[in-house]
Each structure stands twice: as structure tokens, then as C-alpha cells.
Write a protein that binds this ligand. Structure first.
Ligand code: ZN
Length: 254
């Protein structure tokens, strides 16, 4: 393979290695390990893909790839194997689950690396993610292991109340009245990654991972969420093409 330049550290003449943009552990379906995940897009022109291993790309050298491992392992363990140790609120107020023992540094580094990898990847699945000039501060944070170099990035974690999603939705860029952000949707939960100098405001300011006293998971109804609407639209697009959600041709289209 031709030697290239690492997208993160900038070293030239290096071999680029396979990087998972979303950690491989996130793709394990705890309800059915034999069934591959669907990678879905709400863009009708992007065909869904079935994947057991997720989306990877060659964007960094081996030294930079090794930076990601401990952060990926920590967050996969926290969110997929550890049960939150408390809850606050009620169903009428904002119900949240929380972890009181956590490593904020690793959590912040993970989300910075996830965002940077999605930005750097040329894969269609991540085409909505382009952090522009923020890529320099995020790369510096990753290379110096200091998340405060990219304080404009903060994260709200949300968990769906009743339903497990069976697919990954491609990240969506959102601009609201308060900040610019990206929404990443994984099976069972999603996160809002803010890339904006303006801090979270209102009730949200208590829940951003940079400053919160605990790591909170805001509980949301999956069926009322924009992620559900987008996943449903993606599934309907597949059905309209005459395929079932596993890609098999439907009988009635013959
Ligand atoms: Zn590198």
C-alpha cells in the first residue's frame, strides 16, 4: 500500500491503518448477536448497508490509532456493560439516569475522538459531519490528551425509554437557536455533540459532560424522537424499493 500522510498527527510517508469511526463494541446487538446491524440513512439516495463490523476508514497512522483504543474501551464498558447507579426526576419532569463513578477525562476524549474520526472519514455514512476550523483544536486536544484544548465541544447523552433501536442512523447536523451540534444515534441511545463556543443553556447546562456533577443519561421516548422518525423513513425507503429490512426481495414485487 502506498505511504500516505496521517490525518491526525500529520506525519508523512506512513501507512494508514483501519480505524473504526464508531467503536466495534457499539455494534454488538445484545438482543440478537447473530443478526447484523443495519446502517441507515434518512437520505433516500443512500442505500442502507448491513454490517457486522461497522464503518471503518483509513485516516490515521498506527500510533494515532492506538490513542483511540483506551477511550473506546472505557466508554463501551460504561454505556453497554455498566448499569447506571441512580436516577433523578419523574416522568413529568426530566427523568434521568446517572453514573456517579466515572472518568470524565476518558469520556470527553472519547467523544472528541468520535467527532474527529467522523469528520475525517470520507465514508458516505459520515458525510454530514464537517467541523471546519474546529478540527484543529479537536486534533490538538487528541494529540496532547487534553480535552480543554477543545472546550467548545460538549455532549448531552440521552437514552431511549422503552425501545432498542436496531440500527445506526448516520449522524445528522442540527442548528437550533442556541448552538450548532451533531446528533449520533446508536442502538438504545443517542448523543448530541455540541461544537460551538456558546455553552449549553437552560436546563441542559446541568447535563453536559464537561461540567456536570455526574454523567447523566436523559431519558426520552424513542417513538416521539426525531431519530425514530428518521429511522422509520429510512426503513420505508427500503420497503419502497421492494426489499425487506434485511435486503431480501419482497414476494409481492415480483
Ligand atoms: Zn498519526
Amino acid at each position: 500500500m502506498a505511504k500516505q500522510q496521517c490525518g491526525l498527527c500529520g506525519k508523512k510517508g506512513v501507512k494508514l491503518v483501519e480505524s473504526h469511526v464508531i467503536p466495534r463494541a457499539f455494534y454488538r446487538d445484545i438482543t440478537n448477536p447473530d443478526r447484523p446491524f443495519k446502517l441507515l440513512s434518512d437520505d433516500a439516495n443512500v442505500f442502507p448497508k448491513t454490517s457486522r463490523t461497522g464503518v471503518y476508514d483509513r485516516i490515521v497512522c498506527i500510533d494515532c490509532e492506538r490513542l483511540f483504543g483506551p477511550w473506546d474501551d472505557y466508554v463501551s464498558g460504561l454505556l453497554f456493560r455498566n448499569i447506571p447507579d441512580g436516577k433523578t426526576g419523574t416522568n413529568t419532569d426530566q427523568l434521568t439516569l446517572y453514573y456517579s463513578n466515572f472518568d470524565r477525562h476518558k469520556l470527553r476524549m472519547f467523544f472528541l475522538s468520535l467527532l474527529w474520526r467522523a469528520h475525517a472519514s470520507d465514508q458516505d455514512f459520515f458525510s454530514a459531519v464537517d467541523v471546519g476550523p474546529h478540527s484543529a483544536s479537536i486534533a490538538e486536544a487528541l494529540l496532547t490528551n487534553d480535552p480543554n484544548k477543545a472546550k467548545e465541544v460538549d455532549v448531552l447523552l440521552t437514552i431511549f425509554a422503552t425501545e432498542m433501536t436496531s440500527g445506526f442512523l448516520c449522524p445528522i447536523r442540527e442548528r437550533n437557536d442556541y448552538f450548532n451540534c451533531y446528533r449520533f444515534c446508536f442502538p438504545g441511545f443517542s448523543c448530541l455533540i455540541k461544537v460551538d463556543q456558546r455553552p449549553f443553556t437552560g436546563s441542559w447546562k446541568h447535563f453536559g459532560i464537561n461540567n456536570s456533577d455526574k454523567i447523566y443519561l436523559l431519558v426520552r421516548s424513542f417513538q416521539d424522537s426525531p431519530e425514530f422518525a428518521a429511522l422509520r423513513e429510512a426503513a420505508l425507503t427500503v420497503l419502497r424499493r421492494g426489499k425487506d429490512p434485511w435486503g431480501r426481495e419482497l414476494e409481492w414485487t415480483k
